[in-house]
Design a protein around this ligand. Structure first.
Ligand SMILES: Nc1ncnc2c1ncn2[C@@H]1O[C@H](COP(=O)(O)OP(=O)(O)OP(=O)(O)O)[C@@H](O)[C@H]1O
Length: 799
């Protein structure tokens, strides 16, 4: 399994075993000296790149100053687009310099191509080698060497010093494999920090070939960049994978953005990483088109926080908004959880009908005046009871948004009052009657008693008002008759009486916003500005352009629709959430990534239907990711047992590496608390990075207390500042099973598989998620319900 995966991966170790050791020889030369020489060579290249960038930055600064001197706007906006880009690159570089590793991270050495055409990035465009590029004796000359980095840099002759990783010329760096090498002979990953090259790792794509560069044979050093990247300790934020994107991932990242791109793949196959890199790629490829914004929808705020740093590290911020499902509606933030049955009700498609009824019914409230009384044409006119109800029913006919029906209701009230006045009967001349009616309407609508009544009887409803009205079980029962059963009504009403909102409430609020509509507001008159009287003022005023970030924030606030929508963990969206997300991408292209086997939603068919509706009739392109980069084979093996129960017949992705460390099974004796704490402590000593403790949702609070002071950042009272566990602070994280979605840790403790599985109808799939979070070590603790065997293996994880 793992061997197959290695073969699939472009970075799989393909060169001879003499390179796997740091001593030995490469083509008769001491290995260490070859490596040093290669590193020195890359260092010289990196120095050249930095010198060129500095030149360009100075040039851009000069142009800016010059433009300012000539009275033009003193910002990059006044420069030619190319220079402005260089300027931004320079600003970005300064940041990269101080904050990020691996500005320059790759290199490919290529055979001569089929033709001599060059692309805009200065590189040859041919994908396949020229005939005769490889000589009969299996030797060849390297015709082109490209360096790949986070941005593109050209030298003074417009030859590429660095190719942007998203440019077409960089694709072979990611796609070439020994099975399908194209022109690539050697693929090199360069590790650098700031301006210093630290190491190089090579893969030969044509190991049978002896290739020469400037008369010297091309050596290969290192033993696999991908494995080195995967073995690194995990922190609290995700890293980008630019240096080691794999061929099957690259196909997704660079897929044309038309229509809907579907990506499925098991845990750890890089779906989230791919989604983020795809956003950066799309912006690079067509910045103008995506100025409309890219929205990335993520299931939890924890996953947003985990992934947020990746885009700036790719040079992208601003046009991409990463939002949790609970933060998609402006001004509200989900903070509560619903029990599985309530979540199921709230997420169900049936809520559309309930909400439509509630939005109309919410107009009838306690305290609404039962009588309208006005004086007009010298008479007292009244409407009450049944008459008012009838008017309301007529006004509400059809499906138009409730808040937009107020003018219609107002009209109907005036009609009824006019009727009551009997004036119509007295005037037979239609012109005269119309005139009188107009002045009647004007008189009535100016009366305080009329406007006051209308405001109370037909107020502008907000989504929150309606949701609050649904907290009344009796009223909700009326609106949900024959749609929800009484148990569902009770649970729903009770959950809406809490302070705050759950993630499922947010989709209800959004649906209500659509059902209620927003009446057009009269434009506020601009206050009289004495300077308006002067002309030509603008030219005299210094104009401060918005910074890119300010602009992005402003646009994000104003924006309700996006040009491209990326949905991460798409298997978890409920039908109501699909409707909410769908409204934000009505004219968008889409990338949808997910894994049905990890779905915590209990009715996948219903969700699939809502998803299809949200995505409309656009054509679909499907991709499948097959390699698990997160879990070692030993952990993947245990998880696959639960997969077999959760989704019989589905195949698990193949793990790319194995650590030789089997998962550990512990049985809680008389104290679950003590066992969990001891196991977490043990793992803290075994890994350098983070430890995630995953428990059933209703044990979260309790488990946080169990682990107080153990690397959690919750210091027990009286602990001296330099206590030994101080270095572990923040390394242990306690999570409810649903919160673990998408995250990963060096080691995890999964507490009571049976409790997690029993918690909801989708429990087995949630357990599958929990078991696939660790990059190095997994400990499973059995509790009362787990029925462990003699080796401590719980029932659910046995064959
Ligand atoms: N090509 C790669 N090079 C290096 N690391 C990679 C690569 N692809 C994925 N990874 C790493 O593997 C881990 C899993 O990736 P990611 O979280 O994107 O997977 P996923 O498919 O979204 O998983 P899940 O479905 O479990 O949420 C991450 O640490 C990611 O950085």
């Amino acid at each position: 399994m793992a061997a197959q995966a290695q073969q699939d991966s472009a970075a799989g170790s393909v060169h001879g075993s003499d390179h796997d050791t740091t001593h030995g020889s490469v083509h008769g030369e001491a290995y260490d000296s070859v490596r040093d020489r290669e590193i020195r060579g890359e260092q010289q290249h990196l120095d050249r790149v930095y010198r060129r960038l500095e030149e360009k930055i100075h040039e851009a600064e000069f142009l800016m100053r010059d433009a300012a001197r000539r009275g033009q706007v003193g910002t990059p906006g006044a420069l030619a687009e190319r220079d402005a880009q260089v300027f931004r690159a320079g600003v970005h570089l300064n940041r990269l310099n101080s904050e990020y590793e691996d500005f320059l991270f790759g290199r490919i050495d290529l055979l001569a191509g089929k033709d001599g055409k060059k692309g805009p990035d200065g590189a040859y465009t041919a994908v396949e080698p020229a005939e005769g590029a490889v000589r009969e004796d299996n030797t060849a000359d390297i015709a082109e060497t490209l360096h790949i980095g986070r941005i593109g840099v050209l030298d003074e002759d417009y030859a590429p010093l660095v190719i942007d990783w998203r440019a077409p010329a960089a694709a072979p760096f990611y796609r070439s494999t020994p099975l399908d090498p194209g022109r690539v002979v050697r693929r090199r990953v360069i590790r650098s920090k700031g301006r210093r090259v630290l190491g190089v790792e090579d893969d030969l794509m044509r190991p049978e070939l002896r290739a020469f560069l400037d008369g010297r044979e091309l050596p290969a050093v290192g033993d696999g960049a991908l494995m080195a990247a995967l073995g690194r300790a995990r922190g609290h934020t995700m890293r980008d994978i630019v240096a080691s994107i794999q061929a099957e991932q690259d196909l997704v990242i660079r897929a044309p953005a038309a229509s809907v791109t579907y990506v499925e793949g098991g845990p750890g196959t890089g779906k989230t990483a791919v989604a983020l890199h795809r956003a950066a790629y799309l912006l690079y490829q067509d910045r103008r088109r995506y100025a409309g914004g890219i929205l990335i929808v993520s299931p939890t705020p924890l996953l947003v926080a985990y992934t947020e740093g990746v885009l700036p590290s790719l040079g992208e911020e601003g046009q991409v908004a990463i939002r949790a499902l609970g933060s998609l509606v402006e001004g509200v933030e989900a903070t509560l959880y619903d029990s599985p049955p309530v979540a199921r009700t709230k997420g169900s498609y049936r809520m559309v009908k309930v909400l439509r009824k509630a939005a109309r019914g919410a107009l009838e409230r306690d305290g609404v005046p039962g009588r309208l009384r006005v004086v007009a044409l010298g008479r007292r006119l009244e409407l009450e009871g049944e008459e008012l109800d009838r008017i309301r029913r007529t006004a509400l006919g059809g499906t138009a948004p409730v808040n937009l029906l107020r003018p219609r209701a107002r009209r109907l009230l005036l009609d009824a009052l006019w009727e009551k006045s009997g004036a119509a009967a007295r005037y037979t001349d239609p012109e005269l009657a119309a005139e009188l009616r107009a002045s009647f309407d004007e008189d009535v609508t100016e009366e305080e008693s009329f406007t006051g009544f209308l405001d109370a009887w037909w107020p502008e409803l907000t989504p929150r008002d309606v949701l609050a009205a649904m907290a009344d079980e009796r009223r909700l029962g009326r609106w949900a008759r024959r749609i929800l059963d009484p148990g569902e009504v009770r649970g729903l009403a009770r959950s809406l009486r809490r302070d705050g909102y759950s993630v499922h409430d947010i989709a209800l609020l959004d649906e209500l916003q659509a059902v209620l509509g927003t009446p057009a507001r009269p434009r506020r008159k601009r206050e009289l500005d004495p300077l308006d009287q002067l002309t030509g003022l603008e030219e005299l005023m210094p104009v401060r352009e918005e910074s890119q970030r300010e602009r992005a924030e402003r646009l994000a606030q104003e924006r309700t629709e996006y040009a491209h929508v990326i949905v991460d963990e798409a298997q978890d969206l409920t039908p109501m959430q699909w409707r909410m997300v769908g409204r934000r991408g009505r004219h968008a292209t889409w990338t949808v990534v997910g894994d049905p086997a990890q779905s915590s939603w209990s009715d996948p068919d219903e969700a699939a239907e809502a998803r299809e509706e949200a995505l409309g009739t656009r054509p679909r392109r499907r991709f499948r990711l097959t390699v698990n980069y997160r879990n070692p084979a030993e952990i993947a093996e245990v998880a696959s047992k639960v997969l077999a129960l959760a989704m019989p017949g589905s195949t698990a992705p193949s793990a790319v590496r194995s650590t030789g460390v089997e998962p550990r099974f512990a049985v809680a004796g008389d104290s679950l608390e003590r066992t969990v704490r001891a196991e977490a402590e043990r793992l803290l000593g075994q890994v350098d990075g983070t430890v995630g403790v995953i428990v059933a949702m209703n044990r979260r609070e309790e488990a946080r207390r169990w682990l107080t002071g153990l690397g959690t950042g919750n210091r027990p009272d009286g602990l001296p500042e330099d206590a030994p566990d101080e270095r572990d602070r923040g390394r242990v994280v306690v999570l409810g099973s649903l919160e673990a979605k998408g995250l990963e840790y060096d080691a995890t403790v999964v507490v009571s598989p049976a409790e997690i599985a029993d918690e909801s109808p989708a429990g087995l799939r949630v357990l599958y998620v929990a078991l696939t979070r660790a990059t190095q070590r997994l400990t499973v603790v059995s509790g009362e319900r787990d029925e462990p065997d003699g080796a401590g293996v719980p029932d659910l994880l046995r064959d």
